[in-house]
Design a protein around this ligand. Structure first.
Ligand code: PLP
Length: 359
């Protein structure tokens, strides 16, 4: 008899490591490693969360009907085609589990979100990275990567960690040229931050094609990352598949309540958007002024190039209680990703960089 072995592919996964930010020695660390909001979440979402404290002995509504109705109304969608998840991470997992397996290929963009190759490997499929140009997804390279074995193409738009995005025209051309059997997953986790006119979140493509999925999350502009809440807009056939495979109560009572309240708190959303926009411009200008290469970003984070010293610089910042994200796992070891913080946080970051650059 031999000892139990996991299914093929699983041991090839390097576990996902989140951003640092916990420390005993520093009173108020500046946590800019996980694209979280420095403002906390919407007070209305927090109230809604507290209000359901007396309901925790009850199972949640497994269909998340009220939350889906609120989303359908907000974004003009068919509620029957929305599926909610424990973070959009869960939906990525469910999509890949449902449509790919051993011998299949899952395409993602070279510096795309790490969860894509992780999930492909988890089901024994081959993750295929399509090269980027200047840290931006390239639709031609993505199309060239397609083979008869391709089942899914996962694309974060805008992408984390690069901050770049594909225009609505590029997305449309990509879908038109992709074979029908390939599902295109547009992960629009940062959509609410993007104000560029040539951007769209992917909803229109879901309405127009039977093989496009759009994913969204409450972790980013709504800042409920700790609650775990995401959602997707699906073709009905695929929504039906995901509803069969998901666990019956995958979205908790507090997540549903806080999600509905967060969606309605327009003032808070706008405040977060402005904070990200202004902070991004500030960091970009100041760091460029120090001679650093800052990649253009439309998210609430920026990617900065430091060359071979990147890791030393990250550790030097950490010593000062400033946490930024190392990018080795994304094959960008010479870069650091910095989440936009409060004006005060951003100022601190810039001042530390001034000291570091002087040395
Ligand atoms: C943060 C993020 C998500 C959201 O993850 P959740 O599981 O909803 O917290 C999804 N995709 C990308 C690209 C992200 O950066």
């Amino acid at each position: 008899m031999s000892l139990p072995l996991p299914k093929p592919g699983i041991l090839e996964i390097k576990p996902y490591i989140g951003g640092e930010g916990r420390t005993e020695s520093i009173k108020r660390p500046v946590r800019l490693a996980s694209n979280e909001n420095p403002l906390g979440c919407s007070p209305k979402a927090r109230d809604a969360y507290l209000k359901v404290a007396s309901e925790l002995h009850r199972y949640p509504d497994g269909a998340a009907a009220d939350l889906r109705a609120a989303l359908a109304c907000e974004y003009d969608m068919d509620a029957n085609r929305i599926v909610c998840g424990s973070g959009s991470d869960e939906l990525i997992t469910l999509i890949v589990r449902s449509y790919a397996g051993a011998g299949d290929e899952v395409i993602y963009s070279e510096h795309g979100f790490l969860m894509y190759p992780i999930n492909a490997k988890a089901v024994g499929a081959m993750p295929v990275a399509a090269p980027e140009i200047n840290l931006r997804s390239d639709i031609n390279a993505l199309l060239r990567a397609v083979t008869p074995k391709t089942k899914i193409m996962l694309l974060a738009n805008p992408n984390n960690p690069t901050g770049s995005y594909l225009t609505k025209t590029e997305l449309r051309v990509l879908r038109e040229k992709l074979p029908e059997h390939v599902i295109l997953v547009i992960d629009s986790a940062y959509a609410e931050f993007v104000e560029e006119k040539d951007y769209e979140d992917g909803r229109a493509l879901v309405n127009a094609y039977p093989n496009v999925i759009m994913l969204r999350t409450f972790s980013k502009i709504h800042w409920l990352a700790g609650l775990r809440l995401g959602w997707g807009y699906f073709p009905s056939d695929i929504a039906d598949v995901i509803n069969r495979i998901r666990t019956a109560f995958n979205v908790s009572v507090p997540a549903q309540a806080a999600g509905i309240a967060a969606l309605a708190d327009k003032e808070f959303i706008q405040k977060s958007r402005v904070l990200a926009r202004d902070g991004r411009a500030f960091l970009r200008e100041k760091l460029q002024g120090l001679g650093l290469n800052v990649y253009p970003s439309v998210g609430n984070f920026i990617l900065v190039e430091f060359g071979p010293k990147a890791e030393d610089i990250r550790l030097a910042l950490k010593d000062k209680g400033i946490y930024v994200r190392q990018m080795g796992a994304y094959n960008l070891p010479h870069c650091l990703r910095i989440t936009v913080g409060t004006a005060e946080d951003n100022e601190k970051v810039v001042n530390e960089f001034k000291n570091i650059v002087k040395k």
